[in-house]
Design a protein around this ligand. Structure first.
Ligand code: SAH
Length: 469
């Protein structure tokens, strides 16, 4: 870190501003906004600066700087627009032990001023350590667009309830949870959309329930996507940063867990056959107990929680136990892997349906599958957990009429840096898996859409030609 970032309180503090041009005027505005007691020294004040100083009650001394001007000053900002003067004042300030900034001359400055984004009391300061001011401006632009316009109102709203919340919720932990909960509530959204009346009503209701101990924990069952952290939803990201406890399993990558709040507790409920493995009953019990203790629990699952993720079973169990549940969808492996491998799941010429199926039935038995339906042409199959049962799937599909030539693609570790895509034809699927030593997690796609796009286009053209003749 080039500089130590701080926000300085200047309310009523004596500050010297040396200079009278545009740069000095801009700094005067900032200093006045921070309620500093400003003395300006300059032989030639421009009219705008003089007017601003007069209306704001700042002291304007119309002469050259002299060392005694530094007496009792907390800060000096120098903007004489003359290098020799700037340097002279900066050296005098340093000799007098007063912290100094020279506008646009970081080498002469003890501190620099960041680019800022302001929303009422919420201030974001951006520095590149002097390396690239242009980049700082770009970053400011990005933050400007990312922060809601009324964020300042939200800060003001929270401030206005701070006393009430403190009197009702005595411990800091209770209050942190309350505010986390408030920020994801309808009341916070109402403040942001400008409906303060409704927000106050909802806020009071929330506070009353919290005071009566009626606000218990809750569980968010969150899809983490197929692996690439950039495929997380914004909601998933926000919940990860709010969670007290994160209950996750093996498909969730470390890169994603790294996005969680640092002091969130992580519970790994792992991998079949490992020491950390928990049965579904045990997982349900962990979720119920943690939420019952008043925590915000994020149950993080690979892909989408409602696609072969047992999210439905967990949600049912929690609801039956009277616990509030929220479901946050994720990008499921089929859509994530297809996108990463570059083929569509449906295509007007090649597939009018797609089926997501599991290669494994309950407790590892054979899945209950209508092979006749799946064997139809122009139908994409995305087989989850299908490595061990691929031989049987291949045999059944061909027996029910699917062409042995149907293209297949296997995507291993889809969307991750170690992704592999292996292509072939349905007849060879089991051999392909064996030869390439495909390991879990891998998704098997069966269908014309996975074929070579050039061959696919040519085929369509020939079919169309044949139809036309
Ligand atoms: N709920 C998850 C699926 C869980 S079942 C989802 O919506 O994606 C686990 C199976 O998903 C794995 O056996 C594998 O077939 C598939 N899978 C999950 N992540 C994958 C990935 N990154 N690449 C390939 N397949 C994946």
């Amino acid at each position: 870190m080039q500089s130590f970032p701080v926000f300085l309180k200047l309310d009523g503090a004596p500050v010297l501003l040396a200079g009278g041009g545009d740069a000095a005027t801009a700094k005067l505005r900032l200093l006045l906004a921070a309620k500093a007691r400003v003395t300006i020294v300059t032989p030639a004040p421009e009219a705008e600066l003089a007017e601003l100083a007069r209306t704001a009650g700042a002291t304007l001394i119309s002469r050259e700087f002299s060392t005694p001007d530094l007496e009792n000053k907390k800060l000096v900002i120098v903007a004489t627009e003359n290098e020799a003067n700037d340097r002279g004042i900066a050296e005098a300030a340093r000799a007098a032990g007063v912290t100094v900034n020279v506008v646009d001359r970081p080498a002469l400055s003890d501190f620099t001023m960041p680019a800022i984004v302001e929303r009422g009391p919420v201030t974001v300061a951006i520095s590149t350590g002097g390396a690239a001011p242009v980049l700082a401006r770009q970053v400011r632009g990005l933050i400007e667009t990312a922060l809601p316009k009324n964020l300042g109102d939200l800060a003001g709203f929270i401030d206005s309830f701070r006393g009430a919340v403190k009197s009702v919720l005595p411990t800091a932990t209770q209050r942190r949870k309350f505010w986390d909960r408030f920020l994801s509530s309808a009341a916070a959204r109402q403040v942001l959309s400008g409906d303060e009346g409704a927000a106050r009503r909802d806020m009071l209701a929330l506070l009353n329930r919290s005071a009566a101990g009626e606000v218990t924990g809750r569980v968010a069952i969150v899809g983490a996507g197929p692996g690439d952290p950039e495929l997380l939803t914004r909601k998933a990201h926000r919940l990860l940063q709010e969670a007290d406890v994160i209950v996750h399993d093996r498909l969730v990558s470390d890169d994603i867990l790294d996005l969680a709040r640092r002091d969130a507790r992580r519970v790994y409920v792992g991998k079949a056959r490992s020491a950390h493995f928990r049965t579904q009953d045990q997982i349900n019990r962990i979720l119920t107990e943690e939420a019952g203790a008043g925590h915000l629990v994020v149950r993080l699952k690979g892909g989408d929680p409602f696609v072969f993720g047992r999210g439905g079973e967990e949600a049912d169990h929690l609801r039956a136990a009277g616990i509030e549940v929220e479901i946050v969808p994720g990008i499921t492996a089929a859509t994530g892997c297809a996108a990463a491998a570059g083929f569509p799941l449906t295509h007007r010429d090649h597939a009018s349906a797609v089926t997501f199926l599991s290669g494994q039935g309950r407790e590892g038995g054979e899945a209950d599958i209508d092979w006749r339906l799946l064997a139809q042409a122009r139908h994409t199959l995305a087989v989850y957990m299908g490595i061990d049962t691929a031989r049987q799937a291949r045999t059944r599909l061909i027996a029910h009429g699917r062409s042995p030539e149907t293209p297949v693609a296997i995507v291993e570790n889809g969307t991750l840096p170690n992704q592999r895509v292996i292509r072939g034809r349905l007849a060879d699927l089991p051999d392909l898996l064996e030869r390439e030593a495909v390991a879990s997690p891998a998704l098997i796609f069966i269908g014309e859409v996975t074929g070579d796009p050039i061959a696919r286009t040519a085929e369509t053209a020939i079919e169309r030609l044949a139809l036309a003749l």
